[in-house]
Design a protein around this ligand. Structure first.
Ligand code: FES
Ligand code: FES
Length: 157
């Protein structure tokens, strides 16, 4: 079965396994992290047609036909061809988290928020950032980074 991931088509062999494992184990995309496996932590979040999807909660088969993006393909969404980063990546690089295990999920969730709401209020940022868990307690940095990413995106547009 084929999946469209980061702009390319890939064959996966275990379509009824969670999408998380197809991306991480079969395609080697280490930017997809495993946390709880139960749809709670958000570590495994990828984008499906531009919006966050918890990849532990759907099978690869269920994701077929959707345009999937992982952390590895994020910069290309901005049209970058070289070393440029997505504004959300830039913001998290400027103000890093602690262990970073939750980072891909926070980044992908923020990209989804900013695509729907380019200039989010602090309340909107807090609500969306709170959907993903951070065992290191980095929520203040996450909120700051989402606000900074919105600023970077607006400066660049
Ligand atoms: S690993 Fe998918 S939500 Fe936690
Ligand atoms: S920075 Fe460690 S889990 Fe979030």
């Amino acid at each position: 079965m084929e999946l469209e991931v980061n702009g390319a088509r890939h064959t996966v062999s275990h379509p009824d396994e969670p999408l998380l494992w197809a991306l991480h184990d079969e395609l080697g995309l280490n930017g997809v992290h495993y946390g709880c496996g139960a749809g709670i932590c958000g570590c495994c979040t990828v984008l499906a047609d531009g919006q966050p999807l918890r990849s532990c909660q759907v099978s690869a088969r269920d994701a077929a036909g959707r345009s999937l993006t992982t952390l590895e393909g994020l910069a290309a969404l901005t049209g970058a061809t070289g070393d440029e980063l997505h504004p959300v990546q830039q913001a998290f690089l400027e103000n890093p988290l602690q262990c970073g295990w939750c980072l891909p999920g926070h980044v992908m969730t923020a990209v989804g928020l900013l695509s729907r709401t380019p200039d989010p209020s602090p309340e909107q940022i807090a609500a969306e950032a709170g959907r993903n868990l951070c065992r290191c307690g980095g929520y203040t940095a996450v909120r700051e980074n989402v606000a900074r990413a919105a600023q970077i995106a607006q400066e660049g547009s």
